[in-house]
Design a protein around this ligand. Structure first.
Ligand SMILES: [Zn+2]
Ligand SMILES: [Zn+2]
Length: 414
């Protein structure tokens, strides 16, 4: 007996409709915001994530699925969606495109070797949005609108939007200094990760989940008080753009996001009851140039589909049903099976979902099966029906029966 790997999950045929429903809604929201899908490989050269995501992050430091392929290349299963999109953007010369901004979305599996106790899957799925080319804060607000529209479409009301600005490398220099000063007396007592972050990227200390570290972080200087003039104006512009369209938010200086590539705007949608982050995103103006492309401002988000589903189910959202046939055609004896298979094949070719017996069941068992798989109508074709070319179409929900020519079945059911 071989079991499923730890941290992964099957979507079974009777349940997978919920995924499809969410993906359909995500694609529909992408359509109205005029985004096109980008599909990048499931694995990339490890170097991409080291340079793009940053080696002080937990993702790169601890959670990546990295291996040598048979050609001795270091390969990594993508731990997030943005770096691959940025790589594709540069590699395909989209940074020379005159039709900026380039607006893209993706739906992809991502892989992170997370601690099992955090309850996160090691393979989960993300819907992500990427807008390249515009530095305007209205673009940040448009990205937030996309996430908000999707949650509204799904029927989720319980999330709150938190925003922050983490500035640019210029203002962050000043802030890092202030933060190091603030933490200096206590850093020895903080966790191992925070000690490392203290040296490499102190901002990320604010993201630490350890209780002791969180306690020390209370009263830390706020990044928003250290923003340079340009970053300050940009943040004001972002807030104004959200105000203009009536999207409510709370400024939270502790939102820093776990990835090194963010600059300026960052945001999260968090559930009120259990403080789960459903969607996280922000601006990453330096990512494309860090990866060797022409400097290109960019902004986007990633949304975990499993989390979104959990919250959607909690909200009682309509996530569809498994497929069920429009009609089940039962046979009374073997003689009619050729006729039935012909009719069923023709129905299917005409777009009518139809089903017939593949198990040599008795009529009684066929009727039971038709009920169990949720057939909307049932037709029985026996010797009499085959001879007269006329059958009875029974609507399962009402029990209503209608006499009809077999050749008219398709028109009737269409
Ligand atoms: Zn700045
Ligand atoms: Zn810590």
């Amino acid at each position: 007996m071989i079991n499923i790997p730890k941290g992964t999950k099957d979507a079974l045929p009777q349940d997978s409709h919920a995924f499809l429903a969410l993906e359909k809604k995500a694609r529909e929201v992408a359509r109205v915001f005029n985004l096109n899908e980008i599909r990048t490989p499931t694995f990339e050269h490890t170097e991409l994530f080291l340079r793009g995501v940053g080696d002080t992050t937990d993702i790169v430091g601890k959670e990546m699925y990295t291996f040598l392929d048979k050609g001795e290349r270091s390969i990594t299963l993508k731990p997030e969606g943005t770096a691959g999109v940025a790589r594709a953007y540069i590699e395909n010369g989209m940074d020379r495109n005159a039709s900026l901004p380039v607006k893209m979305y993706y739906i992809t599996p991502v892989f992170r070797y997370e601690r099992p106790q955090s309850g996160r899957l090691r393979e989960h799925h993300q819907f992500g949005v990427e807008l390249y080319g515009s530095p305007e804060p209205q673009t940040d607000a448009e990205v937030v609108q996309i996430a908000k529209t999707l949650m509204d479409t799904v029927g989720i009301e319980e999330t709150k939007l938190f925003i922050n600005s983490i500035g640019c490398p210029e203002c962050r220099k000043l802030y890092n200094e202030a933060l190091r000063n603030f933490l200096a007396d206590n850093i020895e007592s903080m966790c191992k990760d925070c000690k490392e972050r203290y040296v490499k990227n102190p901002l990320r200390i604010l993201d630490c989940k350890e209780e002791h570290c969180k306690e020390i972080n209370k009263g830390a200087p706020k990044i928003t008080e250290y923003l340079c003039e340009e970053c300050k104006n940009h943040f004001e512009g972002f807030k104004k753009a959200l105000d203009e369209v009536g999207i409510e938010y709370t400024v939270n200086p502790n939102i820093v996001r776990g990835l090194d590539y963010y600059t300026r705007s960052v945001f999260e949608f968090v559930t009120e009851a259990d403080k789960l982050t459903v969607c996280g995103g922000g601006r990453y103006d330096n990512l494309v140039s860090m990866l060797g492309g022409k400097p290109t401002p960019a902004v986007g988000f990633g949304m975990g589909l499993e989390r979104l589903m959990m919250i959607a189910e909690r909200a009682g959202a309509d996530l569809g049903k498994p497929n069920a046939p429009k009609v089940y055609i039962a046979n009374l004896s073997d003689e009619q099976s050729t006729l039935i298979r012909k009719v069923v094949y023709e129905l299917r070719r005409q777009g009518v979902s139809a089903e017939c017996d593949l198990m040599q069941r008795s009529l009684k068992a066929q009727m039971k099966y038709a009920g169990r798989i949720g057939a909307e109508y049932v037709v029985v074709i026996g010797e009499e029906e085959a001879k007269t070319g006329e059958c009875e179409l029974k609507e399962m929900a009402t029990g209503d029966v209608k006499k009809i020519k077999i050749e008219k079945l398709i028109d009737e059911l269409k």
